[in-house]
Design a protein around this ligand. Structure first.
Ligand SMILES: Nc1ncnc2c1ncn2[C@@H]1O[C@H](COP(=O)(O)OP(=O)(O)OP(=O)(O)O)[C@@H](O)[C@H]1O
Ligand SMILES: [Mg+2]
Length: 311
């Protein structure tokens, strides 16, 4: 199947002409802004070809997330995907990038990540010092969707680099190059955020959060989750339903020793083991019980709850 957005490749220029962002970019006023406005290439540069998603990723919609994302995309609003681990956030953004025909540049945030890791840096080469665009700059220049995964892991002084990009300015200042890049009309920023893991120390600044449209993700309803497990793990329907019932048991233990219940991802892992010939109990032990907790008592409680599902 061809993604509706992929059809627009040859007509990107037309799409850009229609874009609400094709006009002259808004320039921040105030002190200290003496940047050069960079020429933004209007078509996808060849170096983004590697980030294109050619084959349709399997994604089973669970609510109105596609409609909301498409509406946000129409206005190039930044989107925050909120939800627990392994519930489909990354798969969703891959699917949307395919559907909209845009390249997808993913960055896994971590606490040592600096603004330069996102924006870019000068590198010493035998020919001299050359500038190397970071992943965010690449997306901003050439019009990709940039997905910052687990953004909250990054330090707040790194996170603020996205502020001028995620308000009406849509600009990326590259201080080291004394350059101000207006975002390509097709640039969009997407971040993921797991509210369950946040502490007072690690949280997004209010001024960061309030720049995003949010879409809430959770584990799909049982019938849907079984459909996903069946498709992704290659199990039969009965096995998929059993795994989903096991997930429900583990999710009931959340807060009673478990930080999170078993994710859809874990069910798929266990399903793949079982579909590959590992006896079901062993597959569940290796795919779910062992990875989810190191605490012997909690493992036992989870094991008993799971045994009840087999009964
Ligand atoms: N709605 C869905 N449609 C299709 N597959 C899904 C869906 N939800 C979950 N999955 C499956 O679950 C797996 C885990 O999902 P994914 O990697 O997107 O989780 P995530 O929310 O990004 O997790 P994390 O926060 O840990 O990065 C996917 O690889 C996919 O196989
Ligand atoms: Mg992910």
């Amino acid at each position: 199947m061809t993604a509706p957005g992929n059809k627009a490749v040859a007509g990107d220029a037309a799409g850009i002409a229609d874009s609400p962002f094709s006009g002259r970019p808004f320039l921040p006023d105030g002190e200290g802004w003496s940047y050069t406005i960079a020429e933004t290439p209007m078509l996808i540069a060849p170096d983004l070809a590697a980030y294109r998603i050619d084959a349709e990723p399997y994604y089973r919609p669970v609510g109105d997330e596609i409609t909301v994302f498409e509406a946000a995309w129409k206005h190039r609003l930044p989107v925050m995907l909120k939800g627990p681990t392994g519930c489909g956030k990354t798969r969703f953004v891959e699917y949307m990038a395919w559907r909209l025909g845009r390249p997808l540049i993913t960055v896994a945030a971590h606490e040592d990540m600096t603004a330069a890791d996102l924006a870019g840096r000068f590198l010493l080469t035998p020919e001299g010092t050359v500038w190397h665009d970071g992943p965010l700059t690449l997306a901003v220049r050439h019009g990709a969707i940039c997905y910052l995964d687990e953004i909250v892991e990054a330090r707040q002084d790194t996170t603020v680099v996205i502020h001028p990009l995620t308000d009406a300015r849509r600009m990326l200042p590259l201080e080291k190059r004394n350059e101000l890049i207006p975002a390509h009309p097709d640039f969009q920023l997407v971040i993921s955020y797991n509210p369950g893991y946040q502490s007072a120390v690690k949280d997004l600044k209010e001024s960061t959060k309030q720049r995003f449209v949010a879409i809430d993700f959770d584990y799909p309803a049982p019938a849907l989750e079984a459909e996903i497990v069946m498709r992704e793990a290659g199990t039969d329907p009965a096995l998929a339903r059993t795994l989903v019932a096991i997930a429900a048991c583990s999710r009931n233990l959340k807060g009673q020793g478990l930080d999170e219940g078993a994710s859809t991802r874990m069910l798929i892992h266990a399903g793949r083991l079982a579909a590959g010939g590992v006896p079901l109990e062993a597959a569940v032990h290796a795919g779910i019980v062992l990875p989810i907790t190191d605490d012997a008592d909690v493992r036992q409680a989870l094991g008993s709850a799971i045994s009840a599902c087999f009964a």
